[in-house]
Write a protein that binds this ligand. Structure first.
Ligand code: ADP
Ligand code: MG
Length: 373
């Protein structure tokens, strides 16, 4: 069934854009890779450039809603890309935050982070509790916060709060809300209550992943935080706001890594969901497509009521500076940005020719880039 920008009543529906942020992680790996210099660098808070592989004397320049350079902290990413959308879910609106990008580029770091550097998920959940407790009693609503946690793997929907569950169906009710009958929903009384359910489920998923060929990089991990508010007075109106926090499967092209058999089948399924997501985001952001193909994959079907329409959505595209990520970075940027500009300005040559303070070079280069454009 076609999902049209113009409703059955002929009235044009407001379809909001997906905001796109790009986050470049710092060098992680070997010194020799660092000595090659980065293949991508930031220009300012919205623009970056990457070497053009067709012609190394050129770079390709991209514009995004936000560019987060390698020095950006977890707190800064949260404040600029996620915190502003959270108040909406207390008013019965939906929101979604995705981390997109190749395996190793920082998606899990961005979403989950570590105990020392917590990512978007713990910060957002904490903030939702804060927002709810700051609500004025006099407004007359009671709030309840709850969670579900699932994984889409091979186009199967699996409940991460109920191990060994079977593939669950995705349904739509008469109000066009998407739901998953049978999915565990846990009401949360506090942030530590959230941790108590979330941490073991995440650990289970990671342990399974090492046995099953890095399954975690091949599946979409989807955390749902729901805020239900009920009016104290009659007629006890109720509103539900949903927040999806999604650590997507790696965007690398699995055809190039020589996968066969089961791995190849997985790649096909991953590509279907990610490929459909890219079509959906493209259709939403270009505003020209008559049909938004939500139904073409499980991921987009599940997110249908929380991506586009009246929902607030942010995609954080994670990229890595090393040359071995070049093609994956290039394709991730092309997915995230629909316009680009070819610029005649080599920057690798300069890096190689001027090896001043090689240990600190990438940072200096980044800063030098940051003052330009
Ligand atoms: P992905 O989930 O995309 O496969 P990870 O989040 O696991 O990637 O990141 C790969 C490695 O890089 C991890 O060791 C992670 O801790 C590290 N990393 C990623 N982003 C950053 C960052 N912004 N700052 C510091 N370390 C990072
Ligand atoms: Mg990961």
């Amino acid at each position: 069934m076609a999902q049209r920008l113009t409703g059955a009543d002929g009235v044009s529906k407001k379809t909001s854009r997906v905001r796109v942020a790009v986050r470049l992680r710092p060098y992680m790996s070997r010194q020799d890779e660092k000595d090659e210099g980065p293949c991508v660098r930031g220009l300012d808070s919205q623009n970056l450039e990457i070497i053009n592989w067709r012609n190394a004397t050129e770079t390709v320049k991209y514009h995004f809603d936000v560019f987060h350079g390698e020095q950006t902290t977890q707190q800064e990413v949260f404040l600029s890309s996620v915190k502003p959308i959270l108040p909406h879910i207390l008013n019965g609106q939906n929101a979604s935050v995705f981390a997109y990008g190749p395996t190793g580029a920082g998606k899990t770091h961005t979403m989950l982070g570590t105990a020392e550097q917590p990512g978007v998920i713990p910060r957002a959940v904490r903030e939702v509790f804060n927002l709810v407790s700051a609500k004025d009693e006099d407004e007359g609503w009671d709030y309840s916060i709850g969670m579900s946690y699932l994984e889409i793997y091979n186009e199967k929907v699996l409940d991460l709060l109920s191990p060994n569950s079977q593939d669950l169906p995705i349904r739509e009710n008469k109000d066009k809300n998407i739901l998953i009958p049978g999915l565990t929903y846990t009401v949360l009384s506090s942030f530590s209550d959230f941790d108590k359910h979330f941490i073991p489920a995440t650990l289970n998923r990671t342990t399974a992943s090492t046995k099953l060929n890095q399954r975690s990089s091949r599946s979409h991990a989807i955390l749902l935080i729901k805020v239900v508010r009920t009016q104290r007075a009659l007629p006890h109106r109720q509103q539900t706001g949903k927040l999806y926090l999604v650590d997507l499967a790696g965007s690398e092209d699995n055809r190039r890594t020589g996968n066969q058999g089961i791995r190849l089948k997985e790649s096909g399924a991953i590509n279907l969901s990610l490929f459909t997501l890219s079509k959906v985001v493209d259709a939403l952001n270009s505003g020209t497509a008559a049909r938004i193909p939500y139904r073409d994959s499980k991921l987009t079907r599940l997110l249908q009521d929380s991506l586009g329409g009246s929902a607030h959505s942010v995609m954080i595209t994670n990229i890595a500076p090393e040359y071995r990520y070049y093609f994956d970075t290039f394709s991730a940027l092309n997915f995230a940005a629909k316009s680009k500009l070819i610029v005649n300005k080599p920057f690798t040559r300069e890096t190689v020719a001027v090896p001043v303070l090689p240990v600190k070079r990438s940072r200096e280069e980044h800063e030098a880039g940051g003052s330009g454009a």
